[in-house]
Design a protein around this ligand. Structure first.
Ligand code: NAP
Length: 261
């Protein structure tokens, strides 16, 4: 059965991908750690949209988790033709105040799990000459972000990796795209133990996912969600990188101080 696999589907942007894709008639496999939330969402969407929605509770910071997930999809006979690598988290604060183990978990989730899942599912999509992958990066992918140093670096990886794979797979009828949202109204800032940006600069997950699905339909290799985010990332390219980093540091320091780190 053709299935769309969404990681980080228990809330925020991942949940919204599930909602919009269910409305398009995609069968779903929802993955995150919060089993109750996944089960509730899968039931709701299956009932509303006449689709099959399944879930698997998994902690993708466990090194074996992507392999276990792949084995389970094979066992269930699911043909994953659309993979959305969305699960991720950030930390806000001075680098020296972070627990090294937490930073390592971030790199494992935001980078290693995403690469491994791509390794596992992309060859099958290529063999079928059909499929799509969306990797969720961030506007933080375009520049260094002081006080979110590791997070921004993971997202720079995701953007570069996705654009390269988009080109490699152009002739194989498999689309790969990086989604680069700016501040979005989700649980992200609470999870990062940081101050929420003012609501007026935040996008809704609905707007972010609509932008992503439109861009994927058009065959883009990356998309920046929201006009102000787009203009900001373009403007950054016109000035020296050191200047952009200095300004970002000044902007982020108050948020990091309020985070208590
Ligand atoms: N919100 C923003 O401002 C923003 C901006 C740019 C990019 N992004 C990116 O967007 C993506 C989605 O984030 P969001 O904003 O929707 O934040 P969110 O509301 O905190 O959602 C994060 C999702 O990832 C899952 N997750 C976290 N740790 C996990 C783990 N160890 N294993 C499996 N799943 C895990 C969470 O579910 P469980 O807790 O149930 O596991 C949740 O479903 C992330 O990659 C984030 O970096 C967000």
């Amino acid at each position: 059965m053709k299935t769309t696999l969404v990681t980080g589907a228990s809330g925020g942007i991942g949940e919204e991908f599930a909602r919009q894709l269910a409305a398009r008639g995609n069968n779903l496999l929802l993955v995150a750690r919060s089993e109750d939330r996944l089960a509730r969402l899968a039931n709701e969407l299956a009932g509303k949209h006449n689709i099959t929605a399944q879930h698997i509770a998994a902690d993708l910071t466990r090194r074996d988790a992507p392999h276990d997930l792949f084995a389970e999809t094979e066992r269930r006979g699911l043909e994953v033709d659309f993979l959305i690598n969305n699960a991720g988290f950030g930390s806000l604060g001075d680098f020296t105040s972070f627990d090294a183990a937490r930073d390592e978990e971030m790199i494992t989730l935001n980078v290693s799990a995403l690469v491994l899942l791509t390794h596992l599912y992309l060859p099958l999509m290529r063999a079928r000459r059909a499929g799509a992958i969306i990797n969720v990066a961030s506007t933080a992918a375009f520049q260094p972000v002081p006080y979110m140093a590791t997070y921004a670096a993971t997202k720079a990886f995701v953007l570069s990796f996705s654009e390269a794979l988009a080109e490699e797979n152009r002739g194989h009828n498999v689309k790969v795209m990086a989604l680069c949202p700016g501040a979005t109204d989700t649980n992200f800032f609470a999870a990062a133990e940081g101050e929420r940006p003012p609501y007026r600069i935040m996008q809704t997950p609905q707007a972010v996912v609509e932008t992503a699905l439109r861009a994927l339909d058009r065959g883009q290799s990356h998309v920046i969600s929201g006009w102000s985010n787009y203009f900001m990332t373009q403007a950054e390219r016109l000035v020296p990188r050191s200047f952009v980093t200095r300004i970002a540091g000044k902007a982020m320091r108050p948020f990091s101080e309020k985070s208590g780190r």
